[in-house]
Design a binder for this molecule. Structure first.
Ligand code: PGA
Length: 263
């Protein structure tokens, strides 16, 4: 991996404020040891203020799981980019498949959110991926490339380090059914090639593309060792802090291994 890897926890709709504080307190010293990995935790809005306050000026970035692209107004139930910045968040998940599938987010809203996050100085982790039916019917690349293209169309002159993509095949999320390391590499390599074609070398070489979908301590090392995989977005296995720390360590070991091979 030539890019700095990121290991990101997606807590989804889990944890009280007290649980979030205990987790963060346990994570901070361990994340500081993994100094070649960016560590991020995407937490419910209700814990975001506390987790952001605890992680200011540390090795951990606190992020939200969603936001709306307008800054204020009559959008009942929504949270804006300035509100996320106000509580100290540094990043935000955009277009997670659960948002797309359960809450009807479209490629268009995902693209607008990505653009607003970048403008606001929040790092968007933009999630893309296909369903099992799409994969089985040969429609995987149509779906994924369409999702990526729509986001890039909306971004004007963004740098590769202002946005992160996450390839998360929907059939692998929360199912225990992980993509093989080769499948993850193939899909992420294709996304990078597409980005090279539409945005140029610099963006494509700099942008980080994570893999997500049933990443756990037992399979992380192999997935992280793939050339184009720049880290993981982890749901289930991130809820327990010890298990998430093992994943951060797996990313750190992957860096060490790459350095050794290059020597
Ligand atoms: P999972 O979730 O690790 O539980 O499969 C990943 C995600 O949805 O981001």
């Amino acid at each position: 991996m030539s890019r700095r890897p990121m290991m990101a926890a997606n807590w989804k709709m889990n944890k009280t404020v007290m649980e979030a504080e205990a987790y963060t307190a346990a994570l901070l010293p361990r994340a500081a040891d993994a100094d070649e990995v960016d560590v991020a935790v995407f937490v419910p809005f209700t814990c975001l203020y506390q987790v952001s306050a605890m992680t200011q000026d540390t090795a951990v970035t606190a992020g939200a799981q969603n936001f709306y692209y307008e800054d204020s107004g009559a959008y009942t139930g929504e949270i804006s980019a300035p509100m996320l910045l106000d509580v100290g968040a540094g990043a935000v998940l955009v277009g997670h498949s659960e948002r797309r599938e359960t809450f009807g987010e479209t490629d268009d809203t995902v693209a607008k959110k990505t653009r607003r996050a970048v403008e606001a100085g929040l790092i968007p982790i933009v999630c893309v991926g296909e369903t099992k039916e799409e994969r089985d019917s040969g429609g995987m690349w149509d779906k994924v490339s369409g999702q990526v293209r729509r986001v890039i169309d909306e971004l004007e002159d963004a740098d590769g380090d202002s946005v992160v993509f996450a390839y998360e095949p929907i059939w692998a999320i929360g199912t225990g059914d992980t993509a093989t390391p080769e499948d993850a590499q193939e899909a992420i390599g294709k996304i990078r090639d597409l980005l090279r074609e539409i945005t140029g070398e610099d963006f494509a070489d700099g942008v980080r593309i994570l893999y997500g979908g049933s990443v756990k301590p037992g399979n992380a090392a192999e997935i992280m060792a793939q050339d184009d995989v720049d880290g993981g977005l982890v749901g289930g296995a991130s809820l327990d802090v010890e298990s998430f720390v093992e994943l951060v360590e797996a990313a750190q070991n992957a860096v060490a291994q790459t350095e050794q091979t290059e020597e």
